[in-house]
Design a protein around this ligand. Structure first.
Ligand SMILES: NC(=O)c1ccc[n+]([C@@H]2O[C@H](COP(=O)([O-])OP(=O)(O)OC[C@H]3O[C@@H](n4cnc5c(N)ncnc54)[C@H](OP(=O)(O)O)[C@@H]3O)[C@@H](O)[C@H]2O)c1
Length: 214
């Protein structure tokens, strides 16, 4: 059965999934790249940057689970581009001509461009203004029986968990304090019920938390 999964989603110690002040020059706002340094140090992280090398070990073992079995992604407008990217007809996402998704990728936005964007390497961005439930239904159809990844950012992650739509969550608690930004946990009281929860501490300083539907 097709599952809905979140992977490699980084959260600061004080519960933020991104910083404040998102812009073209600062995709994570004042958080900079501190949220994902753990990942870029891994083999998986080096690979998605188009390079080689990187460390194996526990962080890499978790990071590698991002891809297998995924047939579609759903992301929010805040992940796809900086504020008001909808006003730029040439905006095609942050990732260049060959984005690292390689599947149909659904972007939720209240101002959807009228046409999908077909990119190299199997990624097509489809723009939707609809509920999480309907977006997931469309993504599951497109995934052809494989799983659907919820790619973030924190607003999307929160909405999909609140709607009870997520079967497996991998959060990475990063030992930084952001103080401000977009919170992940707000309004999710009791959301842990119904999940088996495991934590693994890494020598890198991050803690991997997994929530798997019981
Ligand atoms: N921590 C991590 O691992 C991680 C992972 C991925 C991304 N990020 C970061 O997270 C940040 C973005 O997160 P965010 O919370 O600001 O935004 P987001 O979750 O990416 O997107 C939220 C936005 O998507 C649109 N949207 C959401 N639900 C919708 C619906 N049902 N129908 C129509 N539109 C809908 C709305 O934008 P509009 O009203 O503008 O259309 C909403 O403001 C970026 O800095 C990104 O780099 C972090």
């Amino acid at each position: 059965m097709s599952r809905t999964r979140i992977h490699n989603f980084s959260i600061s110690l004080d519960g933020f999934g991104t910083g404040e002040g998102l812009s073209l020059d600062a995709p994570f706002g004042h958080a900079g790249h501190r949220m994902h340094q753990w990942m870029f140090a891994t083999r998986f992280g080096a690979g998605i940057m188009g390079g080689e090398g990187g460390a194996s070990g526990v962080d890499d073992a978790f990071a590698q689970q991002h891809e297998p079995g995924i047939g579609a992604e759903i992301m929010g407008a805040g992940k796809f581009g900086p504020p008001c990217w909808q006003d730029d007809p040439d905006w095609k996402g942050w990732w260049g001509p060959n984005p690292p998704f390689h599947t149909p990728t659904f972007v939720l936005t209240h101002r959807p461009p009228s046409q999908p964007l077909e990119m190299e390497g199997g990624t097509t961005f489809h723009f939707l203004d609809t509920t999480p439930e309907k977006a997931l239904e469309l993504a599951k159809e497109a995934a052809g029986g494989q799983d659907v990844r919820i790619g973030g950012g924190p607003t999307m992650v929160r909405d999909f968990i609140a709607a009870g739509l997520v079967d497996h969550i991998h959060f990475v608690q990063v030992p930084i304090l952001l103080g401000r930004g977009v919170r992940v946990w707000d309004g999710l009281e009791g959301a842990e019920a119904g999940y088996d929860i495991e934590t693994v501490s890494s020598p890198s300083g991050v803690t991997h938390l997994t929530f798997t539907r019981s």
